[in-house]
Design a protein around this ligand. Structure first.
Ligand code: FE
Ligand code: FE
Length: 325
């Protein structure tokens, strides 16, 4: 992708470490103590949707918990805290430091299936009674796509791997830099971003004239490939795949993975002024994907063992070998 030009503007490791220290000082509440074997993870993107348009996706809006300014329970507080930390700390400088750090790809050497198994350590915190590991969500998403689009095997595999970038959490990344809705940095923050009114307070980019105008560092219709996004599992997984020499997934698959949490665009309708023709042509496909990604409690838990051979075949076809993470 063309965004490489933005990615490598910060090669300064000392600055990265300073960004780490700055961002670690930001949490007003103590962090949960995660054991390396079992990490509680809550991805608000998949569980908490304020958009009424979700009704049009064939699921009742009541199936998705709403964002709330009222801190009525632990999960609501956790969602709000994740977004406030994200919006305060994800600056242009922070994002460049994270790209710099994670595109060294020096954390592990794993096949897709090995990385999927690692997702078993990430437990979905929003439903603590069920203790569902993230790998279940991977197979559920893939199987729902397969049922609706049986002939598009690359799409099934895209569903299976779309959240694999969450493995960053196992190597110490902050959850507010792993999960949640994504949005561009380096220009004005879109009005449809959740908690937009107050959550960006304290973010220095908000008052930086280089970054707070409508276009900021971008040109009109420059294309989303050229846009720097808040750091998270979408961008990371797209970069891991692009770095893998034998990955033959179609370009649409990489775009779906890179943009699937960009709700302020694909659902909120913001940022159209940054899009080019390719982006707009991909929009329907990303919306189609998101129908299958959203969480429903009623979805059956798939028989992962029985499904393994089918998906291993797709991995062998499109993403063989060990990837660098
Ligand atoms: Fe995701
Ligand atoms: Fe997902």
């Amino acid at each position: 992708m063309a965004s490489v030009a933005y990615y490598y503007q910060n090669e300064n490791n000392a600055e990265d470490e300073q960004v780490d220290r700055d961002s670690n000082n930001s949490s007003p509440e103590p962090q949960e103590c995660n054991s390396p074997e079992r990490i509680l993870m809550l991805d608000p993107s998949e569980h908490f949707r304020p958009e009424l348009s979700m009704n049009t996706y064939g699921k009742g809006v009541e199936e998705f918990r709403k964002y709330s300014e009222e801190e009525e329970d632990y999960i609501q507080r956790r969602v709000k805290r994740t977004y406030y930390q994200m919006h305060k700390n994800q600056t242009v400088r922070f994002v460049r430091s994270r790209i710099n750090k994670w595109t060294k790809f020096n954390h592990a050497h794993l096949t897709i299936m090995e990385a999927l198994v690692k997702l078993n350590s990430l437990i979905d915190e929003s439903d603590p009674d069920s203790d569902l590991p993230n790998i279940v969500h991977a197979f559920q998403t893939a199987e729902r796509i397969r049922a609706t689009h049986p002939d598009q095997d690359w799409f099934h595999l895209t569903g299976l791997i779309h959240d694999l970038g969450k493995v960053m959490a196992l190597w110490g990344e902050e959850q507010w830099a792993v999960v949640g809705d994504t949005y561009p940095v380096g220009c004005q923050f879109g009005q449809s971003i959740v908690y937009r009114e107050s959550s960006f307070d304290g973010n220095p980019d908000l008052i930086d004239p280089r970054y707070n105008s409508k276009y900021g560092i971008y040109k009109p219709n420059c294309g989303l490939d050229n846009v720097l996004f808040s750091w998270g599992h979408d961008e990371y997984m797209a970069l891991v795949l692009q770095n893998h020499p034998t990955c033959t997934l179609p370009a649409e698959a990489i775009r779906i993975i890179r943009l699937h949490s960009f709700y302020p665009w694909h659902t909120g309708g913001d940022y159209m002024h940054l899009c080019n023709k390719d982006d707009l042509e991909t929009l329907d496909l990303i919306r189609e994907f998101n129908k299958f990604d959203l969480y429903t409690k009623s979805a059956p838990v798939p028989d992962i063992e029985a499904l393994m051979p089918y998906y291993q075949g797709l991995i062998d076809k499109y993403i063989p070998g060990k990837l660098r993470w």
